[in-house]
Ligand binder design. Structure first.
Ligand SMILES: [Zn+2]
Length: 289
């Protein structure tokens, strides 16, 4: 991926200087790149059954974690520069897409943290994987996730890393468009299985929005190099619910899916990438996912 020298965003908050600590409970609601990834990794980190952690994630109380002072990342931090550049690219693309639709895009913030950090959705934990909190409009990422993505999930490559950010920014776009709120309103009104279905649609749409970003970034700035698209597709496949469940528990339970299968995630990312249009990302009306 070609990104060096491109604009970096001012919307990155670096909270990595103090490590966080805090309790492993998580309250409130946030939308991660894969709750199952989280459960899977959390299972490894805490040495307990992933499903127990899933219970914690959906039902825990917010814990108090001291917030490290936010400041800009150091200029010589290459990984932070990469993240800031990708975030800036999403800002440019979505500002443009919104303005063509007669709307104004509001930039999200992106928080770099280590370990744990307070969010308006409760305490964010590194073990949850990257996530977006609609209540404070911030994307949270512990950059250690990229090591996990490469080494444990088998998805290396800068463009795969960019896809992760673009997916979270996709959730921000859904928030601005009022889509996440509509889904959230169904919580408790429909069965858990039906709610999981809505969650899958929301996640696949975020994948599609990530593809829309990539399409526009490529036309405007020619960011793609050979193998990049395959790297992002591979990442989408490696964090499909079926792949993760197979890896963590040896079997697949479709009713419990919240992010979609590998094939679905690849398909919707590719759909956005090929068409570059938000209209092509209507997972809620699509007859087949
Ligand atoms: Zn997501």
């Amino acid at each position: 991926m070609k990104w060096e020298g491109n604009r970096e965003s001012d919307n990155v908050e670096d909270r990595r200087s103090s490590g966080g600590g805090g309790s492993p409970l998580f309250g409130g609601r946030s939308i991660g790149v894969g709750t199952i990834v989280i459960a899977l990794l959390g299972g490894w980190i805490f040495g307990i059954n992933p499903l127990t952690i899933l219970g914690l994630l959906s039902g825990g109380q917010p814990a108090q974690v001291q917030q490290a002072p936010a400041h800009k990342p150091p200029a010589d931090d290459k990984m932070a520069s990469f993240v800031s550049t990708v975030l800036a690219d999403t800002e440019d693309v979505w500002t443009d897409v919104f303005s063509k639709g007669g709307a104004r895009y509001q930039d999200p913030k992106l928080v770099l943290f280590r370990g744990a950090t307070p969010t308006a959705c409760g305490t964010g934990q590194a073990a949850m994987g990257p996530f977006y909190c609609p209540a404070d409009q911030k994307v949270y990422i512990d950059l250690g996730f990229y090591e996990t993505l490469k080494n444990q999930l088998g998805a290396p490559g800068e463009f795969a890393q960019a896809y992760v950010i673009a997916h979270e920014v996709g959730h921000h776009v859904q928030n601005l468009l009022g889509i996440s709120e509509k889904v959230d309103q169904q919580r408790g009104r429909v069965s858990q299985a039906q709610y999981n279905q809505l969650s899958v649609k929301l996640e696949l749409q975020a994948d599609c929005f990530a593809g829309v970003w990539a399409n526009h970034a490529q036309s405007a700035r020619q960011i793609l190099e050979n193998g990049d698209i395959e790297a992002a597709m591979n990442a989408a496949a490696k964090i499909g619910d079926d792949a993760l469940q197979k890896q963590s528990q040896g079997r697949v339970v479709p009713e419990s899916f919240t992010h979609g299968t590998s094939a679905q995630r690849v398909r919707w990312f590719n759909n956005g990438l090929q068409n570059g249009s938000v209209k092509e990302c209507d997972t809620f009306s699509a007859r087949t996912l």
